[in-house]
Design a protein around this ligand. Structure first.
Ligand SMILES: Nc1ncnc2c1ncn2[C@@H]1O[C@H](COP(=O)(O)OP(=O)(O)OP(=O)(O)O)[C@@H](O)[C@H]1O
Ligand SMILES: [Mg+2]
Length: 306
C-alpha cells in the first residue's frame, strides 16, 4: 500500500488573471494529521477543492490514496467538511445524513446504524427529527462533520471545522480528529485557530499567496528552542562560553537573565550540567518554544491579502 494519503506535485489554479494557488507540492502520510495554514485568501480552500477533484487544476497533478486525482473509487474513501456548506434546509437532520448515505451507496441497515452513532458522536441525537432550517450555526457545523464521517473515510478534509463552534464543539472536533488518528485515517485540516492546530496536528504547512512557504513538524525535538538562563554571577566570559551551546546569546541587564537559542531540546540538559560543572549557581533554565501563532506571524508575516 502506498505510504502517502496525498502527494501533490506542482498544483496550480488560475482564475483569469488571479493566481489562487501557484505551485502546491506536498505530501501527507496515511494516518497523519496535517494542518494547512495561511492568511485569508492564501489559497487553502482552492487547494482542497483541487485535491477533491471539485475544481480542475490549471497545472500539476496529485495522487490520493495511491490513485490519480478524479478516481471515483478513491473519492468514496474520502470525507469532506466544506468551508461553506449548502444544506438542504428542508430536510430533517437524520434525513440529510440518510441522503448522503445513499449517495455513498450504503445499504439501509448500515445507514440506520451509522447515522444513529454519528448523531450521538456530534451531540445531536435529540435533533434527528429537527429540520436543518431550525438549526443554529454550530449545529449545522456539527451535522456537516457527521456527514464528512459517514463513509468511514481513510482521508478527511476539514475546512475550518471549528468555525461557529462553542468550546464544547471545538473539543468535539479535537476528539473526532484523535479518533480518526487512532483508526489510521489521515486528516487535512484548514484552520485559523492555531492553538487547536497546535494540539492536534503532526505537521503543518504554511502558505501565502498560493505559495508553500514552509512545512514544520510540531512534535519535533530537533527544532531550535529559545531558552532563558539565570545564574548567580554572569560574567562576560560566561556569555562567550555560551556561544558554544547556541546562537543569539544576549544578556538582559534589566532582569539579569541570559537569552539564547539552543539548536534542539537535547542541548538543555547538556547546558545545565555544564553550568553546574563550571561552578555556576543555576536558578533558572527555561525553554520558551515559539507558539504556533508566533511562528505563523514570523513565517507568513502580519499582512493579509486582498
Ligand atoms: N471561483 C473563484 N473565482 C475567482 N477567484 C477566486 C475563486 N475562488 C477563489 N478565488 C480567489 O483565490 C484566492 C484564494 O482563495 P481561497 O478561498 O482558496 O483562500 P483561503 O486560503 O481558503 O482563504 P480563507 O482563509 O479566507 O478561507 C483568493 O484571492 C480568492 O479571491
Ligand atoms: Mg478558505
Amino acid at each position: 500500500m502506498n505510504e502517502f494519503a496525498i502527494e501533490a506535485t506542482g498544483l496550480r489554479k488560475q482564475f483569469g488573471q488571479k493566481t489562487a494557488v501557484a505551485n502546491l507540492t506536498l505530501q501527507v502520510k496515511r494516518g497523519e494529521i496535517f494542518g494547512f495554514l495561511g492568511p485569508n485568501g492564501a489559497g487553502k480552500t482552492t487547494s482542497v477543492k483541487m485535491l477533491l477533484g471539485l475544481t480542475t487544476p490549471t497545472a500539476g497533478s496529485a495522487i490520493l490514496l495511491g490513485q490519480p486525482l478524479g478516481d471515483r473509487a478513491t473519492r468514496a474513501k474520502i470525507g469532506f467538511l466544506p468551508e461553506h456548506f449548502r444544506f438542504h434546509e428542508w430536510l430533517k437532520a437524520a434525513e440529510f445524513l440518510d441522503l448522503h448515505g445513499r449517495l455513498h451507496q450504503m445499504p439501509a441497515a448500515q445507514r440506520r446504524q451509522t447515522i444513529s452513532d454519528l448523531l450521538v458522536l456530534v451531540g445531536l441525537q435529540d435533533r434527528a427529527e429537527t429540520p436543518l432550517r431550525a438549526f443554529s450555526k454550530g449545529m449545522l457545523q456539527r451535522i456537516g462533520l457527521a456527514q464528512a464521517l459517514l463513509n468511514d473515510p481513510e482521508l478527511v478534509f476539514l475546512d475550518e471545522p471549528t468555525s461557529g463552534l462553542d468550546p464544547l464543539g471545538r473539543r468535539l472536533v479535537r476528539d473526532v480528529i484523535n479518533q480518526l488518528r487512532q483508526r489510521g485515517a489521515a486528516v487535512f485540516l484548514n484552520s485559523h485557530l492555531l492553538s487547536e492546530v497546535e494540539q492536534t496536528c503532526d505537521r503543518v504547512t504554511f502558505i501565502r499567496q498560493g505559495e508553500v512557504l514552509e512545512t514544520v513538524s510540531l512534535h519535533d525535538a530537533l527544532t531550535a528552542v529559545p531558552v532563558v538562563v539565570r545564574v548567580g554571577q554572569p560574567g562576560p566570559e560566561l556569555l562567550t562560553s555560551l556561544a558554544k551551546f547556541g546562537e543569539e546569546v544576549r544578556f538582559d541587564g534589566g532582569n539579569g537573565r541570559i537569552h539564547l537559542n539552543l539548536p534542539d531540546e537535547a542541548a538543555i540538559p547538556r547546558l545545565a550540567s555544564w553550568l553546574i560543572e563550571q561552578g555556576h549557581t543555576l536558578y533558572e533554565l527555561t525553554p520558551q518554544p515559539l507558539t504556533l501563532e508566533e511562528r505563523f506571524l514570523q513565517i507568513v508575516g502580519t499582512q493579509s491579502e486582498g
